[in-house]
Design a protein around this ligand. Structure first.
Ligand SMILES: [Zn+2]
Ligand SMILES: [Zn+2]
Length: 833
């Protein structure tokens, strides 16, 4: 065999060989049963939508998770590292329209293609637990959960204003509307429509979803803040004003009831039910209100509701303040939102910026009812919005502090039955109805006699019909399949109609990670005992774009499952990591920008190891990564050096297996010291810092140092046991990052068994410790040189070493050393005159 060929690093030979071996050994990446006695570690990457092609963002996400999983295996954990497919959704229907391929076929062939890519990348997943959400063995449990929620009043149907994307031809959840546009169609303005829809009562858990965030200290603060803002809790008071002419009540929500004596108008959202009454016989008012609605809609569409130019119209009617009977005008205003609070507010221009602006514009009265606590502060200009104040012009409440007044006024409201303390949330119930085909059918039946009838559990799953004509017109495609729609009522046996809406695909991803632990279970969604063992997830990894949608829904689902008695954990994941984006030429990789780099191309050119390792090396995992092909080539060259070094000295390493080593000295000691420092650094990083970029850099430094000693190595000046330890440990350190090459080299240096089962190396602190260190020497505060001293040198020894330096003696020549300052381990400063 020619030596040339031996020395060439050829991932296209090494990688497929190992891929085949791993495929033949499914136990390699399989989780063990709880009884194995090892500590468990559940590492999870967010499952992809099967578009047919992995992109670099996926590769990065999975490279992080895979490195962690491999490291934990080597640390002796029972690791669960699964993968699946978020396989329902609109693109399959669009593809069906375009190519005339049934959605199921299209989806399953995409899954097969992406699975091949993942396997080629050498990602260590336990494929026995694979979950595909569009298959009946999974989605039947969506239906089962839906029925449990229906029984508990957590799933319900109501007519409401919904977000409608004309391109998706379906309803969107609030979370799927971003700046007034569809989350899938950046350029499509979301319309508002009135529809009867199914909702999941996520608001029942609003308080708990919010409070739970405080305990999620393994989640990025950024994500927790986004969720807090989304849930949007505010404490306040509901108070009924009475319409003077009709006696009807207008319930307003305010966070500042202490200012209620300063209310000089009541403002209604244009959609408020009372407005409909007021405009019924007043076409002029109706036209004005319609205009307000139009302005609101435009601002919503522009994603700029907060900055809407405020307009309002007086209704000509008056309302009475329940605390003092004062008569105030009723207005309709475009900045009042029907879905926040009660859709009505009291306007207190003296103490609220927004109300002040509005009152000034329309000439409404402005009154001071709060004065600063400190009398010396005088009369600050209005609006005075501080809550550090006392009530004035507020009748019997004058002199009370704001907080005390709030409490008192709430008590009075309760006593007289015109209000109460309340908490409102920005979070709304989750609209889950979709008028599309490729999703989980909602398991409900409409019977003329019995109304809504749930599909009995023993009739699950409600299967999606396979042969279906897909169009984007005329409501749900399922509505045009008579065999699907026409059904016998389970209650009365008469003819009835199936619900034709399907579920939002975010239902699928809300609990998929529970199914992994028991993916074949045909009797229940999963075994609760297995969940008790595996949950919460130890490390969840995915994009920050899921901070609101998926990560709130899955927290909600977990709480529902807990209350159903299926699980004991309150939260799905103990730790969450959000990796940065992959960008190229300054923009996120995307088809439309034409800057997509195909993982397949990289693998063909440089190998899977180099591609994965570059994805970890090019940037800290939480930052954006600017893809540079030169960088991949560089990593590939580095792996080539590792290959040549290891194969060159593999015979020496093999010869020393099992040999007792003498304490290392000279070059052996120098190299082993570097090795143990590298072990310490990488181990620390895996324990939470995750600076994988500097881990890879540290391995590169180690390899440089070994290579620099090539002459000594070749001359046998490094002991065989040291060579063995160096190579063996280098390969172990590489294993989480470059699984193929490390498996190959492991075999090459004669180590038995799978490298994944070899224990992670431990750093010997004695060996890692430097025995000398460099200390800067200053003369009169100026750096002159550095001295090498023993690590444990005392001040006197350091001073002597500094004074013995040639450069120091030159500086001090003819002068007196008046003072020596030694900071041990850090610095020497000589003061000379
Ligand atoms: Zn859309
Ligand atoms: Zn019936």
């Amino acid at each position: 065999m020619a030596e040339e060929k031996d020395l060439r690093y050829d991932p296209s030979a090494i990688e497929p060989k190992w891929q085949e071996r791993w495929a033949a050994d499914p136990a390699l990446y399989a989780a063990e049963p709880a009884a194995c006695g090892k500590p468990k570690y559940y590492v999870l990457e967010m499952l992809p939508y099967p578009s047919g092609q992995l992109h670099m963002g996926h590769v990065r996400n999975y490279s992080i998770g895979d490195a962690l999983a491999r490291h934990m295996w080597m640390r002796g954990y029972n690791v669960l590292h699964p993968m699946g497919w978020d396989a329902f959704g609109l693109p399959a229907e669009n593809a069906a329209l375009k190519n005339n391929t049934p959605p199921r076929e299209w989806t399953l062939s995409n899954i097969a293609a992406m699975k091949r890519q993942m396997q080629r990348l050498g990602l260590g997943y336990d494929w026995a637990t694979e979950v595909t959400t569009c298959l009946p063995d999974y989605y039947r449990w969506n239906q089962w959960f839906f029925l449990r929620m229906y029984e508990k009043g957590l799933a319900y149907r109501k007519k409401s204003k919904v977000n409608w994307c004309p391109d998706c031809a379906t309803v969107l959840a609030n979370e799927q509307v971003i700046d007034g546009r569809c989350w899938r169609h950046e350029d499509t303005i979301v319309e508002q429509r009135d529809l009867v829809q199914w909702f999941l009562r996520i608001t029942a858990y609003a308080e708990e979803l919010l409070d739970g965030l405080n305990k999620l200290d393994g989640w990025p603060e950024k994500v927790r803040t986004m969720q807090r803002n989304w849930i949007g809790r505010s404490e306040g008071t509901e108070v009924d004003f009475t319409v003077e002419s009709s006696g009807e009540k207008i319930r307003v929500f305010t966070t500042r009831v202490d200012t209620i004596f300063g209310a000089t108008s009541v403002q209604l959202a244009p959609q408020h039910s009372l407005v409909a009454v007021l405009i019924a016989n007043d076409p002029e008012l109706k036209a004005q209100v319609d205009e307000l609605i139009e302005q609101q809609k435009k601002a919503r569409e522009a994603g700029d509701l907060g900055a809407i130019e405020k307009h309002g119209v007086p209704t000509g009617k008056f309302a009475l303040n329940p605390y003092n009977g004062e008569r105030v005008p009723i207005w309709v205003a475009n900045y009042i939102l029907a879905d926040y609070g009660t859709g009505a507010i009291m306007s207190v221009p003296g103490h609220d910026e927004r109300d002040f602006e509005f009152a000034n514009k329309y000439g409404l009265a402005i009154r001071r009812v709060i004065a600063p606590s400190e009398a010396s502060a005088g009369e600050p200009p209005l609006p005075f919005t501080s809550e550090d104040g006392v009530l004035v012009n507020s009748g019997e409440y004058n002199g009370l502090g704001c907080a005390a007044a709030e409490k008192k006024l709430q008590e009075v409201a309760v006593r007289h039955g015109f209000g109460q303390a309340t908490v409102t949330f920005r979070l709304k119930d989750w609209g889950v109805s979709r008028q599309r085909y490729w999703g989980t059918p909602i398991p409900m039946i409409h019977c003329e006699r019995d109304g809504l009838v749930p599909v009995p559990d023993d009739q699950l799953p409600v299967l999606l019909p396979e042969q279906i004509e897909i169009t984007q017109q005329g409501g749900s495609p399922l509505g045009r399949v008579p065999e699907f729609v026409n059904v016998t009522c389970p209650k009365c046996g008469g003819p009835a109609r199936r619900e034709t809406d399907t579920m939002d695909t975010f239902v699928d991803s809300s609990w998929y990670f529970y199914r992994y632990i028991d993916a074949k279970n045909g009797k229940s969604p999963f075994d609760p005992a297995a969940a008790q063992y595996w949950f919460p997830i130890d490390q969840y990894i995915g994009g920050v774009e899921h901070a609101i949608l998926h990560l709130i829904y899955s927290r909600f689902w977990t709480k529902v499952m807990r209350d159903l008695g299926l699980i004991a954990n309150d939260e799905p994941a103990r730790r969450l990591f959000t990796q940065g984006m992959v960008i190229k030429d300054g923009a996120k990789m995307s088809k439309s920008k034409g800057n997509v780099v195909s993982p397949d191309d990289m693998v063909v050119r440089y190998g899977a190891d180099a591609t994965r390792m570059y994805a970890l090396f090019a940037a800290p995992p939480d930052r954006d990564l600017d893809w540079q092909e030169d960088g991949v080539a560089g990593v590939s060259r580095f792996l080539g050096r590792v290959w040549r070094l290891s194969t060159k000295y593999a015979p020496v390493a093999r010869s020393a297996r099992g040999q007792q080593a003498d304490p290392p000295t000279g070059m052996s000691l120098k190299l082993l010291r570097k090795l143990h420092q590298t072990i310490a650094k990488i181990t620390l990083d895996f324990e939470g810092r995750w600076h994988f970029n500097t881990c890879v850099a540290a391995i590169m430094e180690l390899v440089n140092e070994i290579q620099a000693a090539d002459a000594q190595l070749a001359a046998g000046e490094v002991s065989a046991p040291a060579v063995h330890e160096l190579l063996r440990t280098l390969v172990l350190l590489l294993a989480p990052f470059a699984p193929y090459l490390s498996a190959e080299l492991w075999e090459e240096i004669g180590e038995p068994g799978a490298i994944l089962r070899a224990p992670w190396p431990a750093s010997d602190p004695e060996l890692a410790r430097e025995d000398e260190l460099e200390i800067p020497v200053q003369v009169n505060g100026k750096l002159v040189t550095v001295v090498r001293v023993a690590v444990d040198a005392d001040s006197k020894a350091i001073e002597d070493a500094a004074l013995a330096e040639e450069k120091v003696r030159l500086r001090a020549a003819g002068k007196a050393v008046v003072k020596v300052i030694v900071v041990p381990g850090k610095l020497v400063n000589l003061v000379v005159k």
